[in-house]
Design a protein around this ligand. Structure first.
Ligand code: HEM
Length: 515
């Protein structure tokens, strides 16, 4: 055979093939000695490139099921090493060690370690992904947007959306139509975020073809783009960025950027002010402009139009599916546990009688409601796990090695919430686990649905208020029972290839009006 003036023999071809395959194989396993070198007990990866996550890559397991398997593998160990594809991660199981990482030694674990390219995906310049001092400066700026005072002012917006949900339930019940709870709650949560973040009536509950609901669905869907990026990440974390594969397609990105810019322009031109996140961010932007912060100062962030759009966007993304799915799981449990439902309804009725309405103050008095929500988030912690990236070398207790800058740590929230050591009969739905006495009896960091430490969920109070307003209003007006076909499809299966937990099967519930 002749190529480029060379006489190529079959031996040359064979040699080239073997060298290439050996190089690929070597690259595929090149990180697998990471934990051995540090003297950390680890779960041996079986196949090059796939680490301990082959079932996850093949879509056989949800990510939480994969973490549960690793958690069980390490039995009584306080931590253990494993590999997400080629990437080494330390799973921390011991509650005291978790507290050390999330809270006490936070300065060693500032970041999440998500690989994002802000130039390629400008909407990724948000609080969830931001790193180092810029994250700290932005978090300080955004925290007041979630104060209890601001939340109290948003109460009428919550109630308005919940009223629309009740109208939708009435309409469907009269027509004897089944109610898909996940979809109804997603519509509600979209409208709540529309009203509280953008100050706009998204009308997902009233209009079945709402553009915002469609956008929300598309943003959270497992698209070919998501699958391609996941595949490229198996080879290398930076490959999607190197090949210019964006996280979101341009049309969706433009939709959100234009939505924020148009809303701001309308308010400035018409001197309109409202009680919502966009207004709070616009006011912060004005303050930044007046202070004339040096753009080269790495410890500061200037809230410009791009950053404002990215952070309003993250409130939309982080805020709607998390609350919608938590509401769905809570309704599922209440519809299967009539005694708990009755007890909760009695508390709601008594409190409404005392306060006259469902609002910020009256929901604060509903202690049992608080326990029901806590137990829902214990059994179904939507985010499943927490992740931190080491930002300063950190000695691993009891091991010879250290975590170096860039090493990542994972806290398996789902597995901890389902560990009989902390929660006996973990599959049982039992709100009594959250009486003050029972909470005190558990070690710290064994209940983490919103994370912990300075980098916990900034929307925690907002989410809880939305959950409380919706659940108390529903229970005041309806009795809920599980549809027979949904009952037969139990136990619950989780949708694979999703970052957040969501039921694979449709959850249909019957609503009976209380006279
Ligand atoms: C039931 C509802 C929700 C759950 C279970 C939830 C859960 C979480 C979790 C587990 C984290 C990571 C915390 C950590 O790493 O320690 C997080 C972060 C975050 N959440 Fe939520 N969340 C919810 C609702 C919301 C809402 C309503 C918003 C905004 C309106 C929001 C905005 C954010 C943001 C911006 C971050 C990143 C914070 C930072 O890095 O500083 N979340 N959330």
């Amino acid at each position: 055979m002749n190529a480029f003036g060379y006489e190529v023999s079959w031996f040359d071809i064979f040699f080239l093939l073997v060298s290439t395959l050996t190089a690929i194989y070597w690259y595929g396993i090149s990180t697998y000695s990471h934990w051995e070198k540090k003297g950390v007990k680890f779960m041996k990866p079986v196949i090059p490139f796939f680490g301990n996550t082959l079932n996850l890559a093949l879509g056989r397991h949800h990510i939480t099921e994969c973490h549960q398997e690793i958690y069980d593998y390490f039995h009584e160990e306080p931590y253990g090493g494993w590999f997400a594809s080629r990437s080494p991660l330390l799973m921390v199981k011991d509650p005291e060690l978790i507290q050390q990482i999330l809270v006490k030694d936070f300065t060693y674990f500032y970041d999440r370690g998500t690989t994002v390219d802000i130039k390629l995906d400008p909407l990724n310049a948000n609080l969830l992904n931001m790193t180092g001092h810029r994250w700290k400066a932005l978090r300080q700026k955004l925290t007041p947007a979630f104060s209890s005072g601001k939340l109290k002012l948003m109460s009428p917006q919550f109630n308005e959306c919940v009223d629309s949900l009740c109208s939708l339930i009435d309409e469907k019940t009269q027509k004897k139509e089944l109610i898909d709870v996940q979809e109804s709650m997603a519509k509600l949560a979209t409208d709540v975020i529309g009203s509280c973040a953008f100050g706009l009536q998204f009308n997902s509950l009233k209009n079945p073809d709402s553009e915002f609901r469609r956008m929300g669905r598309e943003v959270m869907q497992t698209t070919w783009r998501f699958k391609l990026r996941t595949f490229l990440r198996i080879v290398s974390d930076n490959l999607p960025s190197l090949l210019g594969v964006k996280a979101m397609d341009k049309s969706k990105e433009d939709f959100f950027i234009n939505l924020v810019n148009d809303t701001m322009k309308y308010r400035e031109d018409n001197r309109v002010e409202r009680n919502d996140f966009i207004q709070i961010l616009m006011n912060l932007k004005k303050q930044d402009e007046a202070m004339q912060i040096d753009p080269k100062n790495e410890n500061q962030v200037i809230l410009d139009e791009k950053l404002l759009a990215a952070n309003t966007f993250i409130f939309f993304v982080a805020g709607f599916e998390t609350t919608a799915t938590t509401l769905t799981f809570c309704m599922l449990e209440l519809s299967q546990n009539q005694e708990i439902q009755d007890k909760l309804r009695k508390e709601v009725q008594d409190t409404v009688q005392k306060h006259g309405a469902i609002n910020y103050d009256s929901t604060k008095d509903m202690e049992y409601l608080d326990r029901v929500i806590s137990e829902t988030l214990r059994k179904y912690p939507i985010a499943g796990s927490l992740i931190r990236r080491c930002t300063k070398a950190w000695q691993i207790p009891g091991a010879k090695g250290r975590l170096e800058v860039g090493d990542r740590v994972l806290v398996p929230v789902y597995a901890i919430h389902h560990d009989p050591k902390y929660y006996s009969e973990p599959e049982k739905f039992d709100p009594e686990r959250f009486t003050e006495e029972n909470k005190r009896a558990r070690p710290p960091c064994t209940y983490l649905p919103f994370g912990d430490g300075p980098r916990n969920c900034i929307g925690l109070r907002f989410a809880l208020q939305e959950l409380k307003t919706t659940l108390s209003s529903i229970l005041l007006h309806y009795r809920v029972t599980l549809d027979e076909r949904t009952k037969q499809s139990m136990p619950l299966k989780l949708k694979p290839r999703r970052v957040l937990m969501q039921a694979e099967q449709e959850i249909n519930i019957h609503f009976t009006k209380i006279k």
